[in-house]
Every structure is written in structure tokens, then in C-alpha cells.
Design a protein around this ligand. Structure first.
Ligand code: G3H
Length: 541
């Protein structure tokens, strides 16, 4: 057995070898959240399988985790109606509730959510194959995000809790909700990414239609009751089923005011076009990306290698922010690829809960053959897999491959592999990676590795106008969550951060009056008697 293979020998275990603390019960979910009720579903279901395989007499088989409702277009439109009714043209209980009242509901939700922490983390590991530390981080980061959102809203409200005067007019300016928000997220962060749109949208007073991702759907099941108990009925409603069947009629109805979507630009464009009045639709989108790393001859190669490993292989490369194409200057290409290959070779493959495991089984059934196809395409055009066992595939498991030298004729140069393959492109002059970014359809982030201040500054200036975040000597990433997260071209529409998201899911609305004695009396009386939730100078502590 080769040294690299010893990192993942006997990867898949029989059920009785899986420690009890990481086992989960089979969940046959038969409810969905509609108008404050967990409605029973007796129709079609979709079975949910884990990327974790179990050895059987027929070979390795993905473990059955349970099943979920597969609702149809009629039920989807009922869910939409509940959401529209709860918003009630902005007159519903939730959109008219005071900010303080909405914050209290959200605090109750977080309290209930935390009670489900252990089960949600286990379901994340089983459903999407995310490691225990990363699944734990996803849950805890999401709770932090909600708490930070509450604090950011308090700040926003405090700033708005005063009157402003200009040109003889007095006004109070606040942010108001937009309406019905359709929130759809990806499988790689099924909890965190959905909540980074759903939570700010919700707390700003919108009502939510929430389409569960393809993988990572059962991880939300323990939270349905928390939504039900924490918010007024109809405020949050869930959708399960085939996107093409249930989302099409929802978009065609014209009743969705905001599309919050994290996925491919192709799907996002298709969804937007279904809306009959595009001017009424706001879109907050996080889409395609193939972030490049640029390693120049002046880089500290050890730092570059460790950050590139993190950037390209955290969660097996299945992050929108992952480094998906590595440019290295020819002068240091040999030394860099040797160090990179050595670092990849010692990575441990295994099951998500096993100690020190970094590479885990992949949830998408078609991903291993797709990665194999990309690697074969590169080999047929002159590249090699540099590391021992690179691209090794067993059922849902793929060991990372370092592919070199990659060029613009290969799929790996253009396609977002979203998996454990690291394509490395040698370059002579710095114009080559800049040209890549100029011609790319996406523009999210870049990572520059160099210790030369002049060289770095010459790269910063073009790249800040080509992408939305330039990382110096570190991997690409979304966090800290208080920083703006966005992209250019096909990578994003709108900006998300704890604070920006509150703005993205709201619109400014103001109450204005001429400064006259009678208007001053009128406004003072409204404020003193607390007759309006909007017109108020109350300060939230
Ligand atoms: O998949 C995209 C995520 O937003 C990436 O977040 O950079 O913190 O892993 P991250």
C-alpha cells in the first residue's frame, strides 16, 4: 500500500463501527411549515441518502438517512399564499411589529435553536459529509451571525430614533420591509448560507418562503418547531420539492418581492426572468466563482502552500469562496508544486467525525465522475497529476489531485470544479493572471502571495476593480461576517454582511412634515403617546 493510500484505507465502516455518539436516528419527515402549522404530508416523498457509504453484500451503498415531503405546485402556491397573507401588503402583524418586538421573537428563536445544536451538527456531518469541527463551526457561526444581526439592528434603530430637519421639513427616516422573500440556499453551507439571508430578511419585517437545499435538508428539521414557536403564523413557511416544479409557479405569480438566492448564475437568471414585473423584484444573489491564487517568485512559499491548502481543500473545495485556480510564477513553480504535493499527500481522508480528518465523502452523486472527467481532460492536453493517489476515487470519496501544468485549453482552467482538485497554471509575466481575471465571467475574490510591497501594490490596483476582495498572503473567504461579501459580473448581485444584509432586505421609508407649530404638536403627541411603531423616538437598549 502506498503512503498516501494509508491515509484513507478502510475509509467506509460498517454501521456497528460508527461510534454511538455520532449515530443519528432515521428521520422520515412528513411535515412542512405552513401558516404557523406543521402540516402533515401524505403524498410523494424524496429519500435522503448520506455521502457516507456502508459496506453491504452489494458493495458500498450510501446510507439512507430518511425522507422528506415532495410537495407539488398546488401546495407550493398554498405556502406562497400564507406568506402573502402574513405580509398583508405590509399591514400584517409581523411587518408592523415594533423593532423591539421583532428582536424579542428572534431572541426566542436563537434560544430554541441552540437546544437543537447537537442533532443539527450530527445531521450536517451525515448529510453533506462536513467534518465535525467544520459542522460545529457552521452551527456556532450561524448563532453568532444571528446575535450580531440583532445588535446591528439595534444600532440601526438607535440611529433612526430621532428626527432630522432640512429646508423647513422635519422627518423621521427608518428602514421598512419589502414584502415576501423567497430564500434559497446551497448544500455546502445548508444552515449558514440560508440563514445569512433568511435571518436579516426576517428581522426587517419581511415574510419568508424558504426552499430547502438538495442536501442538508434534514438538518433543518429540528428547527421547524423553533420557527413555529418564535414567530407569528405565516411569517416563515417551508418548501420541499423539485425546484423546477414548485419555484416556477411561485415566481410566475409575481408575488415574490425579493429573491435571495445562493447558487448558479444560470439558475438565478432563469428565476428572475419568470417574474412578470421584474422592476418589482429585488435580487440578492451569491453566484459563480473561480477565485484565483497568484503565487509570485517573491512569495513565502510555505505560507502560500498552507493557505492554498486551506483555500482549495477546506470542505473538499466545496466553497463558493474556494481557491479554484492557482497561478504560480515559473521561477518558483517546481519548488512550489513540490511543497504543495507534499502537503496534500499527508492529508487524512475519512469519515466526518474521525479525528484529524480533512477530506471526506462528497454529497453530490455526479461529482466524482465529473472530477474524473476534468482530470482526464487535463491529462489528454499535457498535464499530470503530481501527487500519489491524486484523484483516487472510491464510491463518494475522492482524494485531492494536484494537476500541473494547466492551461487555458483545459476544462479545469474555466469550470468551477467545486471539489478536491487543485489546478496549477505556470506563468511568466504578471499580465497572464490579470488577463485570466479580465476575461473570466466571474469576479469574486483573488489571493495574492508575495512579500514584495511594490509587486503587491501593482497587483492590488487592477484586482480591486476586477473582483470584490483582494486577499494578501491568505486564502479567499467570506468572513469575518461583518465585512462586505459580494462579487462582480456573474458572481453576485447585492452585498451581504451582518450590516449590509439589513439594508439589502429593506427600503428606506420616511414620515415628513413642514415645520409648523401645529405639526410639531401633532408629532410630539404621537411620539409621547406611543401611538405609532414607526414614528417613535424610543431608544432600544
Ligand atoms: O460557499 C460560500 C461561503 O459563503 C463561503 O464562506 O469563505 O467562510 O467558507 P467561507
Amino acid at each position: 500500500m502506498s503512503s498516501a493510500q494509508s491515509n484513507f484505507k478502510n475509509l467506509f465502516k460498517s454501521e456497528n463501527e460508527i461510534p454511538e455518539e455520532y449515530q443519528v436516528p432515521i428521520i422520515h419527515q412528513r411535515e412542512y411549515l405552513l401558516n404557523g402549522e406543521l402540516v402533515q404530508w401524505n403524498g410523494d416523498v424524496t429519500e435522503i441518502y448520506s455521502p457516507v457509504c456502508i459496506p453491504t453484500e452489494n458493495g458500498l451503498e450510501r446510507k439512507l438517512l430518511g425522507s422528506i415531503p415532495n410537495i407539488g405546485p398546488k401546495e407550493a402556491l398554498d405556502v406562497l399564499d400564507a406568506c402573502v397573507k402574513a405580509y398583508d401588503n405590509g399591514l400584517g402583524e409581523w411587518p408592523t411589529m415594533s423593532v423591539e418586538g421583532r428582536i424579542q421573537c428572534m431572541q426566542k428563536f436563537v434560544y430554541l435553536m441552540i437546544k437543537e445544536r447537537d442533532l443539527v451538527i450530527k445531521l450536517l456531518m451525515w448529510e453533506i459529509g462536513k467534518t465535525l469541527p467544520d459542522s460545529t463551526k457552521e452551527f456556532d457561526r450561524t448563532v453568532d451571525y444571528i446575535n450580531q444581526t440583532i445588535d446591528a439592528l439595534k444600532d440601526l434603530d438607535r440611529e433612526s430614533s430621532r428626527f432630522q430637519q432640512a429646508e423647513g421639513t422635519i422627518a423621521q427616516i427608518r428602514r421598512a420591509p419589502l414584502g415576501v422573500v423567497l430564500s434559497m440556499g446551497p448544500f455546502n453551507y445548508p444552515l449558514n448560507e440560508i440563514f445569512t439571508t433568511l435571518i436579516p430578511a426576517l428581522i426587517m419585517g419581511n415574510t419568508i418562503l424558504f426552499k430547502l437545499p438538495k442536501h442538508g435538508v434534514l438538518a433543518h428539521y429540528p428547527l421547524l418547531k423553533a420557527f413555529q414557536e418564535a414567530f407569528p403564523k405565516g411569517t416563515v413557511n417551508t418548501l420541499y420539492g423539485k425546484g423546477s416544479e414548485i419555484i416556477t409557479p411561485i415566481m410566475e405569480s409575481g408575488k415574490v418581492n425579493v429573491l435571495a438566492f445562493i447558487g448558479s448564475s444560470k439558475v438565478a437568471n432563469g428565476l428572475k426572468k419568470l417574474h412578470p414585473k421584474v422592476n418589482r423584484l429585488r435580487a440578492i444573489l451569491s453566484l459563480d466563482a473561480k477565485n484565483a491564487a497568484i503565487v509570485t517568485k517573491n512569495a513565502n512559499l510555505d505560507i502560500a502552500v498552507s493557505e492554498i491548502i486551506l483555500g482549495s481543500l477546506s470542505f473538499n473545495g466545496q466553497r463558493c469562496t474556494a481557491l479554484k485556480l492557482i497561478f504560480v510564477q515559473k521561477d518558483v513553480a517546481e519548488e512550489f508544486t513540490q511543497k504543495l504535493t507534499a502537503a496534500v499527500s499527508v492529508m487524512k481522508g475519512g469519515l466526518p467525525w474521525e479525528k484529524d480528518v480533512k477530506i471526506t465523502p462528497l454529497p453530490e452523486v455526479n461529482k466524482p465522475p465529473y472530477l474524473e472527467e476534468c482530470i482526464a481532460d487535463a491529462i489528454s492536453k499535457g498535464a499530470k497529476v503530481l501527487n500519489e493517489n491524486g484523484g483516487y476515487n472510491e464510491a463518494s470519496f475522492v482524494f485531492p489531485a494536484v494537476v500541473y501544468p494547466v492551461n487555458d485549453q483545459m476544462k479545469l482552467y474555466h469550470e468551477e470544479q467545486f471539489g478536491p482538485v487543485i489546478p496549477v497554471v505556470p506563468f511568466e509575466t504578471i499580465e497572464e493572471p490579470i488577463d485570466y481575471q479580465v476575461n473570466a465571467d466571474h469576479g469574486m475574490q483573488v489571493s495574492i502571495f508575495s512579500e514584495d510591497a511594490m509587486e503587491v501594490s501593482k497587483l492590488i490596483d487592477p484586482f480591486v476593480n476586477l473582483v470584490s476582495r483582494v486577499n494578501i498572503n491568505c486564502q479567499a473567504q467570506r468572513g469575518p461576517d461583518v465585512f462586505p461579501f459580494t462579487g462582480r459580473k456573474d458572481s453576485a448581485e447585492g452585498t451581504l454582511s451582518v450590516f449590509d444584509a439589513l439594508r439589502s432586505f429593506s427600503i428606506r421609508s420616511l414620515v415628513a412634515a413642514k415645520i409648523t407649530d401645529s405639526n410639531k404638536d401633532l408629532l410630539n403627541t404621537i411620539v409621547r403617546d406611543h401611538d405609532s411603531n414607526f414614528l417613535s423616538t424610543d431608544y432600544i437598549f
